[in-house]
Design a binder for this molecule. Structure first.
Ligand code: FAD
Length: 384
């Protein structure tokens, strides 16, 4: 059910104020300390950000895709490490359970994921398994009324702070592809589960990724999401389009903020006796950036509305993710150029946001994987 327009506008305005007054001013501290202040995480909890997509009956806001996109367009204006904090609770960490979980799993996890009391983490990638996500090697061996997990997951966002891991593991060793893979809800602190040291990343300091290692990690059979083996990927696929639109909205929000920074800097900086914003070569960069960000916003909102109307948006979501993530890379690069030497210096946000934006083209399906999805579907449609 969608929100009343006034309430929706109020929600979007509240997030915008929060970003301007609390998150953007904290960016340099978070980047330098590589830590997320608990007071800000608490404020995100209070705003309901962890529960954007979780149904109201479980304490979430139960937003439609369009509403979620509007919120993320605002939240995305702050350095991406902040959005990263809530991403799994809003995405696969809760939606897998919400769509296919058993009533017990929903009751046990959704209220705490919605409030942010529990931080979720999604563990799919492995050292030898990245884009080819269906070839997961981590095994889940059935043993009585338990499963025993063995394997290593790599680059798992929020692993050091997570209370709950959605883990993709192979339950059927005879099935080499995605059909042999199941999803499990695994609680932090389970014996045999350990989290490695956070990686040193190029950007997005304050958000942490680490290995998650399972060594004879025994979990109850009731941790199998949905209670049926081999459904892990089917469950993940259902929320994939949503995740891609969410990322596309985050990229677009960040691009819009960077464009504001670019114009502000150029109007304040003088060369040759006038503001550099008066030079047409810089104006071309503003105009290209604006048009591209506007195109991305239009794509995100159109695809979100179509998804809310029940349409299959796999091509639109992949297109939006690909375009918006590439677009924010170009915009962040132009911003460094507009800042001149200052753009290369850490004291200015241009340098940080350039590094932060780079990740969007890599995770949640690389640009090449999105291209494959789009092209395959184009060919299939022409063949029928
Ligand atoms: C900071 C960060 C956070 C992350 N968070 C998570 C997380 O929370 N949970 C999680 O499970 N994973 C996470 N990941 C992992 C991320 O999703 C993968 O890194 C990504 O999917 C790419 O996989 P890979 O690194 O193994 O690269 P590879 O799959 O080895 O790809 C290398 C290159 O080959 C290209 N390529 C691969 N296959 C094809 C193909 N068929 N056609 C054309 N080109 C191809 C890719 O596009 C890429 O350019 C994170 C990664 C990072 C860096």
């Amino acid at each position: 059910m969608s929100l009343d327009k006034d309430i929706r506008d109020q929600l979007v305005a509240t997030i915008r104020r929060f970003v301007d007054e609390r998150l953007i001013p904290a960016e340099s501290t978070v980047a330098e300390s590589d830590a997320m202040p608990e007071a800000l995480v608490d404020a995100m909890r209070e705003l309901g950000l962890f529960g954007l997509s979780i149904a109201e009956e479980y304490g979430g806001l139960g937003l439609t895709m369009e509403e979620e996109a509007l919120v993320i367009l605002e939240l995305g204006r702050a350095a991406p490490a902040f959005r990263s904090m809530i991403a799994t609770n809003v995405g696969i960490g809760s939606q897998g359970i919400a769509l296919d979980g058993t009533p017990e799993q929903k009751a046990r996890y959704l209220p705490r994921l919605a409030s942010g009391a529990l931080i979720g983490s999604f563990a799919l990638t492995e050292p030898e398994v990245g884009s080819d996500a269906g070839s997961v090697r981590t095994s889940a061996r059935k043993d009585g009324d338990t499963y025993v997990l063995n394997g290593t997951k790599r680059f798992i966002t929020n692993a050091p702070v997570a209370g709950l891991f959605t883990v993709m593991a192979r339950t059927d060793p005879a099935q080499k592809g995605a059909r042999g893979v199941s999803a499990f809800a695994v609680e932090a602190g389970t014996p045999g589960l350990s989290v490695g040291k956070p990686e040193h990343k190029m950007g997005q300091q304050g958000a942490h990724v680490a290995d998650v290692v399972f060594q004879e990690c025994r979990i109850p059979a009731s941790a199998l999401i949905g209670g049926v083996e081999g459904m892990g990927f089917k469950t993940a696929m259902k929320v994939l389009d949503k995740g891609r639109l969410h990322i596309a909205a985050a990229c677009t929000g960040l691009a819009e903020r960077i464009i504001d920074d670019m114009v502000d800097y150029a109007t304040g900086r003088q060369q040759f006796g006038r503001p550099i914003s008066e030079f047409q070569l810089l104006q071309a960069m503003f105009a290209d950036s604006h048009a591209e960000a506007y195109a991305a916003r239009s794509m995100v909102l159109d695809a979100a509305r179509r998804r809310d109307a029940g349409e299959d948006v796999s091509v639109e979501a992949a297109s939006a993710k690909m375009f918006a993530s590439e677009m924010v890379g170009r915009v962040a690069d132009r911003n460094v150029q507009v800042h001149g030497g200052n753009g290369y210096i850490r004291d200015y946000r241009a340098e940080q946001l350039f590094r932060d934006a780079r990740l969007f083209r890599i995770y949640e399906g690389t640009t090449q994987i999105q291209q494959g999805i789009i092209a395959r579907e184009m060919i299939r449609r022409r063949a029928v």
